[in-house]
Design a binder for this molecule. Structure first.
Ligand SMILES: [Fe+2]
Ligand SMILES: [Fe+2]
Length: 321
């Protein structure tokens, strides 16, 4: 059985959702513990909080390497999370990433607005505690509202609102390990700063000598944008939004799960000087992503007019997904 289920309001579904319903159903039935080891998709993010605990004041935090905490962390991870990382590290190969890029990045699956995508993502309900978990839309709004409360630029707020919409990949039948999890470059030697790096022992790319060199398929200093990152919700959502948002917002969306680079400072031989400014923005965003989850419910209907106006400022009424 899958560890999440899709909950849909069939009677009010707008037209594009009819096709999506079929995908949701197939996602529901194709799930198994091999593809969905996490009882709750959010357990990966809860685990990130153990690895990167909230500082007393996250606004003023100077991000440190916290090496010892990082090392201790793997021992504390719950078994389902370890299994999740094992599957992720075993299966995220160069070939797999290329296959997913060609499957999804043509953006030919459907057209829908940002708000429709938010409502669609809300159908993702985990089996563990469906009544206790906040709907996905609330994490998006909590992130965006915290950014807004700090008086940040409106495109920053919008990045907070849309950054996790790529998790709809789960509703299209993708296993958890191909949607969430720390991302990392494929096609070159895995950094030991990637969480649970020992699990790469099972990855078939281990047998490709080129992929085991420091630079692998890349030139030294090729820059972030030329790296092929492991497949997940970040890269997909970057492609959905890439024509509409300023560069720092796109970096937040594309790299927010790339903890080995933005928090652990790995792969410095592939990053260029001009990436540093973008990584600063990603770090800035990461504080809001990690540390704004609250149990209090958001007033979704009350907030909607403000966000619909903001969405309309940057995005067309319908986007390609
Ligand atoms: Fe995310
Ligand atoms: Fe997030």
């Amino acid at each position: 059985m899958g560890r999440f289920r899709a909950k849909l309001n069939r009677s009010n579904s707008p037209k594009p959702f009819l096709w999506q319903f079929k995908m949701s159903e197939s996602a529901k039935h194709s799930g198994n513990s091999e593809s969905h080891p996490l009882e709750d998709l959010d357990h990966w993010e809860e685990d990130l909080l153990k690895r990167y605990p909230e500082p007393a004041s996250f606004q003023s935090e100077k991000v440190s390497q916290q090496t010892e905490k990082f090392r201790d962390y793997a021992a504390e991870a719950r078994p389902s999370v370890k299994e999740f990382y094992r599957l992720n590290h075993r299966n995220q190969t160069v070939e797999f990433v290329k296959q997913k890029q060609s499957e999804y990045l043509g953006l030919k699956r459907c057209r829908m607005s940002i708000w429709e995508a938010m409502e669609y993502l809300n159908q993702l309900v985990d089996d563990s505690d469906p009544d206790l978990d906040l709907p996905q839309i609330e994490h998006l709004l909590q992130t965006a509202e915290a950014i807004r409360a700090d008086g940040r630029p409106d495109w920053f707020i919008l990045a907070g609102l849309v950054h996790d919409l790529g998790k709809i990949l789960c509703l299209w039948g993708e296993p958890q390990w191909a949607v969430v999890g720390d991302t990392f470059p494929v096609g070159c030697k895995w950094s030991d700063r990637i969480v649970y790096a020992e699990a790469f022992a099972e990855n078939p790319d281990r047998d490709v000598p080129l992929y085991q060199t420091e630079c692998g398929i890349y030139e030294p200093g090729c820059g972030l944008s030329n790296l092929m990152l492991s497949w997940g919700h970040d890269e997909y959502m970057y492609h959905v939004t890439r024509d509409y948002l300023p560069e720092p917002a796109l970096a937040m969306i594309r790299y927010h799960s790339c903890y080995p680079i933005h928090r652990e400072h790995a792969y410095s031989h592939l990053v260029v000087e001009s990436d540093q400014a973008l990584l600063k923005w990603v770090n800035d965003f990461n504080q809001y992503d990690l540390y704004t989850k609250r149990k209090e419910r958001m007033d979704v209907d009350g907030l909607r007019p403000y966000y619909e106006e903001l969405i309309a400022k940057y995005f067309p009424p319908q986007l390609h997904w």
